[in-house]
Design a protein around this ligand. Structure first.
Ligand SMILES: Cc1ncc(COP(=O)(O)O)c(C=O)c1O
Length: 298
């Protein structure tokens, strides 16, 4: 099945992998994490992900008890073990760091020693139809656990998970998180972009977003392509009247949005700017020679 688990540097068979019920990641969501994918077997943007993991850990005060070099080796070991366990085209790796176990109690000083867990899984690509037809999203006003630790990718996604559940119940792919002031921030596990009158807009870092690594790549590809780029407040109303819109994340890459709540976006089909940026993104990731996901649809 191409899976592997590494706990505190030691490889463990996935079916035997366990952590303490006193681990604060389990008790309180007291941890941070990263999700990293491979392209043709090579981890993409590993340094940027490790950088963000270290930043997240620092932001919430979890000691980063391993060097980036050692963590890189552990991830490579996990990936090799996964490949040895079964065939897959691509994998993704979830790297988690929790404050560790300790006596019950919220006080972080009770934690004894941080725990790190690396999970390697086979990557299941999203159905190509999502890229061919685009997806629907809903807008929800939600306060998230991560808002208290701006910029950190914290483990507690409960508020986002509930927003996603509501989105799925309405047949949508993703929920966009909005602020009380009517501005759009990001998706539950994605960043959001709108194309309006030839300008590419995305909520700025000060909107309380997770600074997505895909988002940063898309912004620099857009600038290199000569697009006018605006990072700043994006209102729900501006999004509804966009010519095109899309989500970005490591696993989705660039996914067209064609509906927001009951409103059709642009022509109701993936737009040319979205497609061109996606082409450039895959070329940058080293897979420009492979068919684009929407080309799999007849
Ligand atoms: C809240 C949130 N925003 C944005 C993203 C996209 O980040 P990236 O492009 O680094 O995958 C994620 C990814 O999980 C996320 O959880």
């Amino acid at each position: 099945m191409s899976r592997a688990v590494v706990i505190d540097g030691a490889s463990v068979p996935p079916e035997q992998a366990t952590v303490s019920v006193y681990d604060r990641g389990f008790l309180y969501g007291d941890g941070v994490f990263e999700t990293i994918r491979t392209y043709e077997g090579e981890l993409f943007a590993l340094d940027e992900h490790l950088e963000r993991l270290a930043h997240s850990a620092e932001r919430v005060g979890i000691p980063f008890a391993v060097s980036k070099e050692a963590l890189t080796r552990e991830i490579a070991d996990g990936l090799a073990a996964a490949r040895a366990s079964g065939p897959t085209k691509e994998n993704y790796v979830r790297v988690m760091l929790t404050r560790g176990a300790g006596p019950l109690g919220l006080d972080p000083a009770l934690a004894l020693k941080p725990l790190r867990v690396i999970l390697v899984e086979p990557l299941k690509p999203l159905p190509p139809e999502l890229y061919c037809d685009g997806v629907a999203v809903v807008v929800r006003q939600v306060a998230r656990a991560g808002d208290a630790a701006e910029g950190a990718k914290v483990s507690n996604y409960l508020a986002s998970l509930l927003a996603l559940r509501a989105a799925k119940a309405e047949g949508a792919h993703e929920a966009l998180i909005a602020g009380a002031d009517g501005s759009v921030r990001e998706g539950t596990t994605s960043n959001v972009f709108a194309v309006r009158g030839g300008e590419l807009c995305t909520p700025g870092v000060d909107a309380g977003i997770l600074v997505g690594i895909t988002r940063l790549h898309v912004l620099s590809l857009a600038r290199a392509a000569g697009l006018v780029v605006r990072e700043g407040r994006l209102t729900v109303d501006e999004l509804l009247h966009a010519d095109e819109a899309f989500l970005t994340s490591s696993l989705r890459e660039i996914l067209p949005i064609v509906r927001v709540d009951d409103h059709r976006i642009g022509a109701g089909a993936p737009g040319p700017v979205t497609r061109e940026l996606h082409r450039r993104y895959r070329a940058m990731a080293g897979v420009g020679h492979l068919p684009m996901p929407w080309e799999a649809c007849s």
